[in-house]
Each structure stands twice: as structure tokens, then as C-alpha cells.
Design a protein around this ligand. Sequence first.
Ligand code: PDD
Length: 287
Amino acid sequence: MSRIAYVNGRYQLHGAASVAIDDRGYQFADGVYEVAPVQAGRIIDLKAHFDRLGNSLGTLRIETPAPWPALELICRETLARNRVADGIVYMQVTRGVAPRDHGFPKTPTKPALVVSAKPMAWPTDPAQDQGAAIVTTPDVRWGRCDIKAIGLLPNVLAKQQAREAGAFEAWFVRADRTIAEGASTNAWIVDRGGRLVTRPLGPEILPGITRATVLRLARAAGLEVVERPFGVEELLTAHEAFLTSTTALVRAVVAVDGKPIANGHPGEITRQLRGLCLAHYRDAGSA
Ligand code: PDD
């Protein structure tokens, strides 16, 4: 079966679909995106993804490409046409097509919208996670990492650095030696006091939807949670470390720059949270 993508009002063969060379996303990375998980045909936490997309668009003063119910229908239709019941739906909005000129187009452009879908099998057993190795890398990104912008060059280079080191992810280290987040994940530890620690929201990190879910699930499970920055030294002596994202869910971090975290195996709290997160995907509606 051929993959189908929604591109500016039309469903097209994914491989043959194209956008204009003057699209500002192509020229300037002037656009934003979202990745939402889909399980058993349900888009998980759709409202949270739409809220974040609305914030990204609003901050960049890009018009919302369609009313939210229409965008939801486009996502569902794209999933249906691709027969994706388990996987992800990808949305990308750019400022649209205009002759190349850095400032906003003088005549307002119609934002360009692309929606695609990809099948993915979600894990069923939290114990399947063997844990991931990560590397650290200097955070050379811009000052608005809270916007889910399509300009991802530092993230691309960081992920490649990780892959070449045989690792799954790279965590960005800021000038003050604190960890911001990963190339495509949020960063967490269980500190030596047994508290769950993740960086507070701010311009240095993306407000991860999985991060918010894990915070909520952890608090509901009675775990002590602190939103504060942590550094590389604290990471290396942490009881546990893990990362979160839509596609990785909760995944243990067992080695950093070749050094093991704790005993080098996924920790108990990480496993518990992974189980809770998997259950959330199974049980949550399109809230
Ligand atoms: N990445 N931090 C960054 C820089 C990210 O790109 C992502 C998501 C996250 C986690 O956010 P969430 O829990 O909402 O997925 C944190 C997506 C999945 C991607 O780029 O494919």
C-alpha cells in the first residue's frame, strides 16, 4: 500500500508530494511541527499537542492553517488513508510561499500545512527496555528551544554524534554545566535522595508532552518530584537516569559518555514510569 500525505489541501502519494522551492520552511526553516502518538487508532494527548502547536505558531506569528477541528479531521483522514492504527502523526506548518526575503512577507501568505503518518509498534512490556547509552555535547542551540521549530541543525549534529559513538541520544550541556535536554528527548534523573528531577520549563527546553504526562503520573503514584536543573556530575552519580519523548516514551539511560549510571541497568523507578506511560498510551483517549 502506498503512503499518502496531506499537502496544502490535497492527499498525495507521499513519495511524489512536493512543496514550492520558495516555501519559507525550505528557505529559512520558518515553520513549526508536532509529532503525536497514535495507539489503537486514537491520537494520544491530541489537545496537548494542539495547544503546543498553537503556542509555537502564535510565538512566531504564523497563522493557524485550519480551525483545530478541521486539523483534527485531516490528521484522522491521513491516518485512515495510511491504515495507521499504531504509530505517529506528523504535522508541519510553515509561514508559506513568498519571494525570498528574510522579513515576513509584506502581503500575508497562506501558511503551508503538511500532515503525514507512520506506523510504529509500541512496546507492551516495560521490562523490554534494555536502557540506552547517551553522550553529552555542548548546547549550541538558540535561545527559544521552547518553540517546536523545524530548524534543528544542532539537534541533527548532536544525534549524529551520538550514533557515531554507538549511543542512542545526545544530551545538551549548557555553559553552566547543567543539562538542558536531549536532541529529541527531555532529560531526567532520580537523585541520591530518591527524588525525580527534571529541568523546569523555560526557553532552554521543549515543553515535552511526555514530560508533562510523566510528571502527572509520577505525582499521582506518590513519587517525590522536583523541577530543577541538574548537571553532568550529578547525572554521573545519580541513582537512575532516563529520557522521555513521544516515540521513546520513558527509556532508561544506563551509560553517559561511556561511564555507567549506577549499576549500568535500568532502574526501578524508570521501569515503573515506563509501565505507567505505556498504560497511559493504552488507556488515554484523544484528550
Ligand atoms: N521530539 N526535546 C526535544 C528537543 C524534542 O525534539 C522532543 C520531541 C522532546 C520530547 O517532546 P515530546 O514528549 O512532546 O515528544 C524534547 C519529537 C518526537 C521529534 O522531533 O521527532
